[in-house]
Design a protein around this ligand. Structure first.
Ligand code: BDP
Length: 323
């Protein structure tokens, strides 16, 4: 009797493990940033929490460092359900879901604190819903902080006139190309993975990004001047393939939403630490940080804001009103 009971007790957890494994859904999570990058760490923490909370029904496998392709390619894979989750810059979402372009306008946020207030509040949720409710095929769950984007160049830019004729890499979004053209440069769209060699070979004269990307993607090796224009303060949604989302039970969907929101807070702390340490490392590596008068850059891009912001005048007013 005792013997039988022991057997039963021993067998139970094993059958439980098998049963849950049989129903486990593996989430492949891709990010173009390398292991250790704030977004990737927050995504991993999120996965661990979710696996625990779902008793192993959701498991996670990570593909950092762009091993599954460029952001655009990964989005395409997520749209057909070959990749289940990813983090993507709004820059490349804009051409497909124009409503997000409000956040892609140059100088739309006053500073990083303003942007954070917006993504933490109802406007942030509204923009996530716009992505989810579009034909994009992805459910947008939460925001990752991408810091402020500044200009980095092979030759110093100390005033807007210095930008004249420089070929500056931007993400594939007409707003960014037009914004740089308006500042006197030549905006050139290319994938993140191509920037390093384009800088090295001189195909471009510069690019624009936050300090962690400049450091971790090694762009600083061929661009030693970092001009603090803060022209974009661009948050980055975490998204799940709709095909995957629809396989989840309502309870699982809730858990995923909550975990993604927790990741938003987690990443912010990681981000601030990484930004500060990246700045230090870049300076040690010989990068000169240049403070500029931002007004001429702001003024030069007024027409771009007017053109692309026109359909969202009310929303822009609401953004401005957030203190
Ligand atoms: C980084 C974003 C990443 C973009 C990259 C870029 O985190 O999602 O792909 O910039 O400019 O800051 O391509």
């Amino acid at each position: 009797m005792d013997f039988k009971r022991t057997l039963l007790a021993a067998a139970l957890p094993i059958s439980f493990v098998f049963a849950s494994a049989a129903h486990a859904l593996e989430i492949k999570f891709a990010d173009i940033h390398p292991a250790g990058y704030p977004t990737v760490v927050a995504e991993e923490n999120m996965g661990k929490a979710l696996t625990k909370e779902t008793n192993g029904e959701l498991t996670f496998k990570y593909f950092p460092g762009g091993v599954l392709g460029s952001e655009k390619e990964v989005v395409e894979q997520a749209q057909v359900g070959a990749v289940q989750m990813t983090r993507v810059s709004l820059g490349i979402v804009g051409p497909v879901v124009p409503d997000v372009n409000v956040f892609n306008l140059p100088f739309v946020f006053r500073d990083q604190a303003h942007m954070r207030k917006i993504i933490d509040g109802e406007i942030g949720d509204e923009i996530l819903a716009k992505i989810t409710n579009s034909e994009f095929g992805l459910v947008a769950l939460a925001w990752m902080d991408g810091g402020t984007r500044n200009l980095y160049t092979k030759k110093p830019v100390r005033k807007i006139e210095d930008l004249k004729g420089m070929k500056i890499r931007v993400q594939g979004n007409p707003i960014f190309i037009e914004a740089f053209n308006a500042m006197g440069a030549n905006g050139i769209a290319m994938d993140t993975g191509e920037i390093f060699s384009a800088l090295q070979t001189g195909v471009i004269d510069g690019a624009e990004n936050n300090p962690p990307t400049m450091l971790e993607h090694n762009h600083y090796q061929n661009a030693k001047y970092y001009t603090l224009t803060e022209h974009l303060i661009l948050p980055e949604p975490i998204v799940m393939s709709k095909i995957t989302w629809n396989k989840l039970s309502p309870a699982q969907q809730e858990m995923v939403k909550k975990a993604a929101k927790a990741a938003q807070a987690d990443e912010r702390t990681l981000w601030d630490a990484k930004s500060a340490s990246s700045e230090e490392k870049l300076k040690k590596a010989g990068v000169e940080f240049i403070t500029v008068d931002k007004k001429p850059f702001y003024d030069a891009t007024a027409a771009v804001r007017a053109k692309y912001g026109a359909p969202y005048a009310d929303l822009i007013k609401r953004i401005d009103a957030v203190q």
